[in-house]
Design a protein. Structure first.
Length: 568
């Protein structure tokens, strides 16, 4: 009988190390994985070649840096060519100097993780390998799907549905109408011939052309506002909003979070964020925000998805946010953490093909579909670099189109180095998109060289656009002061002398993250002057809760004073 368990492959020329590592791994992971090893790199590569020929699933490659004939890093590079989905782990001596080979290897994307000798099984080895295996499992096709989707292959709404389910970490399958599988699914649920996106839950529940709220409810997410007066309403569930929700709820504040889609914001589209403190090997943006969302919910925050705030007004000592169906959320304080939205290209032929080969962000949900294709990524920041490296795992060729003359000013050094090491990634500097081709699906883009003015045609199956972002604040009208780009002014930036509806009304100056309306705060990327980093946004989200406490205390003091005056 064929053994389908994933393989952990270990290579070390030190027999004692190899034997001990195989034994320790076997005790914890032997029932669920196969532990294979080699004491010589040539024999190891030959064995791995045989496994690749038989399509055996290799999950982890662990190589001792000290090998004869080649280094562990070189071994992992060759082994990874045979098993490109396997996670690469370098076994090294403990050494915290920059001379340690793991430092440049991580920088250049040559390894995914490292293990240190000597290891303690329960405190070092087992937790780390469990994390590595979980990461590999997430990259593998899911055997169980919560939802089955049938829709025209280039349906924009079908793309939006897939993106939402991907961000919700929900396993699904997609079969286009016209295919054997897609048409069979439509017949099974009585929708034969339908051109509308059709979603079938594992228990048979049918959703035809579902809204985001329908999907959120089907997944089990919250969509109900509740009727209480909350201590704080947080608008937006990106890193800043989630951090605010965690701290507010954990400190006993009645908290509601309104999110127009689902939690995560732009951070959730990053395949791996390496500069979050405490995550040695980095963490996927989706994983980070998913954990924060679960944490806030466990502390008691009411997480409401697919509910967009459309207006905000002051009503006495309370603040009222309205959603599209006219319902209202009443709170004593509000934190605006709506983040930013991808800036648009504004090229009509490409805008018409959104969801049909042109995507703003969304690299994670579409990456597998790019297998064997040529794709292009537009942008010069970290999000664009991360998208390019992630897509390179699946696409035959990835072209990164950058308007500037270098990457150094806008992209982290580790990402630049990693892109340079990927053989199927081409970086083109000083170029801009000017046109696109395609009727029902993107076929090519026109790229202009900004120096010479020459325009070249680039055939591509997909275009992922990550050219910066703009704040989503137009719904606020004149409620709070904003700068010329729409970012919200806070603290010292608030014009306290302004004679307009959004003028600051109190004798005291605004608190550091407070807007021009007392009790309304802003945190994260939506705030004027903010540092566009995940950890900075989370820090502001955490810090704003203390300011909310101060505001609520002042309200309580004012109310007590008013009651005392009324009694006298």
């Amino acid at each position: 009988m064929h053994d389908e368990r994933p393989i952990i492959f270990v290579t070390s020329s030190d027999t004692a190390v190899l034997t001990a590592l195989e034994a320790d791994l076997g005790r914890r992971f032997g029932n669920d994985t196969r532990i294979l090893g080699a004491d010589e790199p040539g024999a190891g590569l030959a064995r791995l070649g045989s496994l690749a020929d038989c399509d055996e699933p290799v999950a982890l490659l662990i190589a001792d840096q000290r090998l004869p004939e080649l280094t562990g890093i070189e071994f992992l590079e060759r082994a990874h060519a045979l098993h490109p989905l396997a996670k690469r782990i370098l076994l090294v001596e403990r050494d915290y100097t920059t001379a340690n080979p793991i430092v440049p290897a991580m920088m250049l994307g040559q390894i995914d993780y490292h293990l240190v000798k000597p290891w303690l099984p329960d405190h070092g080895l087992y937790p780390a390998v469990s994390e590595f295996l979980a990461s590999w499992a997430r990259s593998e096709p899911q055997s169980f799907t919560l939802f089955r989707i049938a829709a025209p292959e280039q349906s924009r709404r079908a793309h939006e549905i897939r993106d939402l389910l991907t961000r919700f970490n929900t396993p699904f399958s997609f079969d286009p109408t016209g295919s054997t599988e897609g048409d069979a699914l439509l017949r099974e649920v009585g929708q034969a011939g339908s051109r509308l996106p059709t979603v079938v839950r594992h228990d048979g529940r049918l959703l035809v052309d579902p809204s985001d709220a329908d999907l959120v409810a089907a997944v089990g997410g919250g969509t109900r506002l509740g009727g209480d007066v909350y201590d704080v309403a947080i608008v937006g569930a990106g890193p800043a909003g989630l951090a605010a929700a965690v701290y507010a709820a954990s400190e006993g504040l009645e908290t509601i979070v309104l999110e127009r889609q689902i939690s995560g914001g732009q951070a959730s589209s990053s395949s791996r964020i390496r500069n979050v403190p405490g995550f040695t090997w980095g963490i996927g943006g989706h994983d980070l925000t998913y954990r924060a969302c679960e944490q806030a919910w466990l502390f008691g925050a009411n997480m409401v998805f697919a509910q967009e705030a459309t207006s905000l007004r002051v009503s006495g000592a309370e603040l009222v946010a309205q959603v599209p169906d006219g319902k209202e959320v009443v709170a004593r304080a509000v934190v605006l953490a709506t983040g930013v939205s991808w800036r648009r290209l504004g090229i009509p032929p490409l805008e018409r093909l959104i969801g049909a080969g042109v995507f703003y962000g969304a690299a994670a949900s579409e990456a597998r579909a790019m297998q064997g294709r040529h794709v292009a990524v537009v942008g010069g920041g970290n999000a664009a670099g991360q998208a390019a490296t992630h897509l390179a795992r699946y696409a035959d060729e990835v072209t990164l189109l950058v308007r500037g003359d270098s990457l150094e000013a806008s992209m982290s050094e580790y990402l630049i180095a990693e892109l340079g090491e990927l053989p199927n990634v081409t970086v083109r500097l000083e170029v801009e998109l000017v046109d696109g081709e395609g009727d029902e699906h993107l076929a090519a883009v026109a790229v202009r060289d900004r120096s010479s003015g020459a325009v070249a045609r680039l055939e591509t199956d997909a275009l992922f656009v990550m050219i910066g972002a703009e704040p989503h604040t137009e719904w606020l009208d004149d409620t709070v002061q904003r700068d010329e780009r729409g970012f919200i002014l806070t603290g010292y930036d608030v014009d306290t002398d302004l004679d307009e509806p959004s003028a600051w009304p109190l004798a005291r100056p605004p608190l550091p993250l407070e807007t021009s309306v007392p009790g309304i705060f802003a945190a994260g990327d939506v705030r004027h002057g903010s540092v566009k980093r995940v950890t900075t946004a989370m820090g502001e989200g955490a810090a704003v809760v203390q300011l909310v406490h101060q505001h609520l205390e002042s309200l309580s003091t004012e109310l007590s004073g008013a009651r005392a005056a009324a009694r006298s």
